[in-house]
Design a protein. Sequence first.
Length: 253
Amino acid sequence: MGEGDRGRGAGAGSWIRRRAAAVALTCVGVGVAVLHVLAPGLRIDGVTITLLAVAAVPWLGELFRSIEVPGLGRVEFWERRLEAVERAANAALVGDGPEGGAVDDTEAWDAVRELAAEYVKVRLELPSGRARTRRMDQVFARLVRATQRVRDFDAGALLGSQDAGLRLAAYARLYALPEPEVLDALVDAVTGEPLPFNQYWGLQAVGRGVEDVGAENVPFGVVRRLEDCRSRMRHAPDRVELIDRILEDLGER
């Protein structure tokens, strides 16, 4: 079985497990609600409504970011796609650094350029939507792996590239292998990044950079630029959440 087949099999297994868990929780919640109604002296009340709401929770994450549940308050749902993508990218970090063996830089660079070009092609040829985002997620995870194979990767230079694919390659490299000396330039590039997908992963790289260098060593100018970037965002909850997470880490210094 090839690497792609293993990935598809793992993804299918994960999907089946999530559905099984959702069905189980739904059945338990509905069953308890029915028993509550049928039991002598009981009637449909706030408890029953709450149990039915709990039964529906596994399915609501596909439709809503949060919902008010009587008796429970606000339930926040995880962004499942973002969680899955981060796991895929983190998996790509393992075992592919330059120290993993002799690597032909020319061949490694060719692989990075091909992936950068594939990303641009996907953006141009596919309509905006989940299918395109999923394809771009896959390209990014492969870039995380491929960029680590280039020994002399100049991420700082690529951050200013007019090629969106090469900028994404820089974000992928800095996501995998943070470089403290490039953090300031990375924040400049990310806060001015015109493409939402690129900006999302650029912010992920910023977060890793902050962790690597230590919040106490991050210039105050970085905080101001991130706050200014956040103030300009409107309909981008995923990126706003990332910036808030970074700023929270920086506020602890």
